[in-house]
Design a protein around this ligand. Structure first.
Ligand SMILES: Cc1ncc(COP(=O)(O)O)c(C=O)c1O
Length: 369
């Protein structure tokens, strides 16, 4: 039987037009993968043992309610168990919450550039993305985000620290923003990189949950906790909103090993904080070195830095790749580089200095004057 060149299956054209989520390139064999904002440290002590023990039950479906982890998170954050929802990565929670609120003909407002999964998640629901350009310093333009809200808007996403620019939203900026947002419009505060934030004026969404009936905060175990492979994240917000997200979830998608690893990681918060502090200090040193070389690096509060390489992005990406560093390039815009192993940081500084010296047309990320 011959395969037809174009299968005649009726698909949604807007979905066919979306390219599937692109994962960060793998590292060359002797290089470093700095393209996915992963944690360079192995899982926290006790995690591998706990996951190994759980693997004896791999023939069983997972615990659907996730009660043990949700109870633990509720205690940790001072909220009710019903105000905690877990998902197979915070990206799954984003998907559920957007689907719970937005459908065909609706709008979802978010800053751009931001997390590259947002546009696809919105398109799948049938809603339309309304992207509001970031400020020149890479930060969200919150007054412009508020001004983009219309009668059709069903969700607003705020990402802090913003992936990929690294900038935060301050507590004051967020409070002023929430004054402008209708109280029946769902606001998703994506804090995937919260643990790396060192700025004391940054917003912290979880204590605000009681204050705003329309706010849901998203956190993940993928970044600071180093559990990216297991796919586990959580949302904290009003129970009725999270119940709608639970209804939009694929059943049984959070595995028991993931839940057990998350609990074992929460048992080790001291070690976690120590690692996070090391990554944050490595990040600050890297940013200082890049600024010293002439790069204009936005405030970096996640586990990554952003180089606004503009039209030189492909050439700069190649220069990093040739030196064994896989970074995340957004053509025509810039390059996001994760803070990885100490040796990778040294190498990165060397290559960045070479780029400043050698690119034929200079680059917009370079400080002028
Ligand atoms: C801003 C932001 N939100 C959410 C996620 C999703 O993380 P995960 O699904 O691994 O929890 C990421 C991952 O890179 C991210 O950068």
């Amino acid at each position: 039987m011959s395969t037809p060149e174009r299968p005649n299956v009726k698909l949604r054209p807007e979905i066919v037009a979306v390219s599937a989520y692109k994962q960060g390139r793998a590292a060359p064999s002797d290089g470093f993968k700095l393209s996915s904002n992963e944690n360079p440290f192995p899982p926290l002590p006790g995690v591998i043992e706990a996951v190994n023990a759980a693997s004896a039950e791999l023939n069983r479906y997972p615990n659907a309610g996730g009660l043990a982890l949700r109870t633990r998170l509720a205690e940790r954050h001072g909220v009710e168990v019903g105000q905690v929802h877990i998902g197979s990565g915070s990206v799954a929670l984003l998907s559920q919450l957007i689907s719970a609120a937005a459908g065909a003909g609706d709008e979802v407002v978010y800053a751009w550039r931001s997390f590259e999964a947002y546009p696809g998640l919105v398109t799948v629901t049938g809603a339309r993305s309304v992207q509001v350009p970031n400020r020149a310093d890479g930060g969200h333009d919150l007054p412009a985000l508020a001004a983009a809200i219309t009668d059709r808007t069903r969700v607003v996403i705020v990402c802090t620290p913003n992936n990929p620019t690294g900038t935060i939203v301050t507590a004051d900026e967020f409070a002023a923003f929430m004054e402008l947002v209708p109280s029946d419009l769902l606001v998703l505060l994506d804090e995937a990189y919260y643990e790396f934030v060192t700025r004391t004026d940054a917003v912290n969404g979880i204590p605000l949950i009681g204050r705003y009936p329309n706010l849901v905060v998203l956190r993940t175990f993928s970044k600071a906790y180093g559990l990216a492979a297991l796919r586990i994240g959580y949302a904290i917000g009003p129970q009725e909103v999270l119940d709608a997200a639970r209804s939009a979830a694929i059943p049984l998608s959070v595995t028991d090993p993931a839940q057990i690893a998350a609990i074992a990681s929460l048992d080790n918060e001291e070690a976690l904080l120590e690692r996070v502090a090391r990554i944050a200090s490595r990040r600050d040193q890297l940013r200082d070195a890049l600024i010293e070389q002439g790069w204009n690096v936005p405030d970096a509060q996640g586990n990554f830095v952003w180089l606004a390489t503009g039209d030189e992005t492909d050439a700069a990406n190649d220069a990093f790749f040739d030196a064994g560093l896989t970074v995340r390039a957004f053509a025509g815009d810039g390059i996001r580089i994760s803070v990885g192993e100490p040796e990778s940081v040294e190498k990165l500084s060397e290559v960045a200095a070479d780029i400043v010296r050698n690119l034929p047309n200079g680059h917009p990320g370079k400080r002028l004057g």
